[in-house]
Design a protein around this ligand. Sequence first.
Ligand SMILES: C[C@H](O)[C@H](O)[C@@H](O)C(=O)CO
Ligand SMILES: [Mn+2]
Length: 416
Amino acid sequence: MTIKERYEAAKESYKGIGVDTDAAISALKAIPISMHCWQGDDVTGFDGAGALSGGIQTTGNYPGRARNPQELMADMDQALNLIPGKHRINLHASYAIFEEGEWADRDKLEPKHFKKWVEFAKERGIGIDFNPTLFSHANAEHATLSSEDPKIRSFWIDHVKACIRISEYLATEQGTPCTMNIWIPDGFKDIPADRTSPRARLKDSLDQILSMEYDKTKVLVAVESKVFGIGMESCTVGSHEFYMNYASKNDILCLLDSGHYHPTEVVSDKISSMLLFFDKVALHVTRPVRWDSDHVVLFDDETKEIAKEIIRGGSDRVLLALDFFDASINRISAWVVGMRNMQKALLNALLLPNEKLAELQNTRSFTELMMLQEELKLYPIGDVWNYFCELNGVPAKEDWFKTVAAYEKDVLLNRK
Ligand SMILES: C[C@H](O)[C@H](O)[C@@H](O)C(=O)CO
Ligand SMILES: [Mn+2]
């Protein structure tokens, strides 16, 4: 049977439970995912301001890491060409591209330093999201926006303000809003004596940053919480409580990273609550293993649950991005597996009879609800996914891998 024939058979199965597969694949095509550039080069960046720091870590040393903008863009192209639909790319400020002989420190970055990225995105009809980089820099050795040193704090406040101007430029150039996500590594390795003062300084820094004039329809500022980092095991200044309160009181976005909570906490259970109080919520979908280890997103239960909450809450209210950096495997394969798995999870949610399931819950018909949710797991989503890939001109099943393997042999392994 062809992929189309198998799809037609699957369509009949889903029709039997009131699910329109044509509508599902149309809805999926309309959901952009922001693909993080930093998987391509192990979060190295181009500005040479410092080795990876901030309590995050890549593990592995797989050959072929991108070493410059040309290689990173080529690798991102390879991945994007194997992912169905139109997506976005997510940049960090440390990926500024300078002209020959030019260089600017983080507090002096300008829109022109991202002109080449705008050209790259425009040629592909994709949008760009942005992140200030408050790590991998001498001024981030101890703390950044919560620093007790006013000079350090001022440097990073200026950096984030520069990033708001860059984000506004990106949004203007691309014609879609740019999500600008602030994550800071500030925290304490051991039990702090004063949790309040650093948090009060962080609040003041953010107040200063947000006091600047900028177009709030173009730049969607988000703040990303975390519960610990390597070397910051006892306390992170930007905790979930801090940012959820700050974002709510200052009309900005809260970003939930699925690796940033206690091991038994799940982001899937937070999304509905956030959407009851915020217009939108931003996500970094990753896969924590034992700690915030940023493993490649798999088609696993929590990713499926996150996707269900995105679809049930309204995908237009969720700014969806991925965040992982696995240096132990081919980095293009990591992007493709992670992005396609996020799409599969979204498709899984779109192919559920969600209204029927909710009705069973609301009538406390939990026996039937359990039965149905379990039986649905074996409905032919794969046949719908493969047809979605074919419709969007990318290889179905595992057929994409031979392209990545050839690129690795012809290009990546020659990067000595
Ligand atoms: C590179 C990103 O800014 C980083 O991964 C951040 O989003 C994070 O999740 C840190 O743990
Ligand atoms: Mn993150």
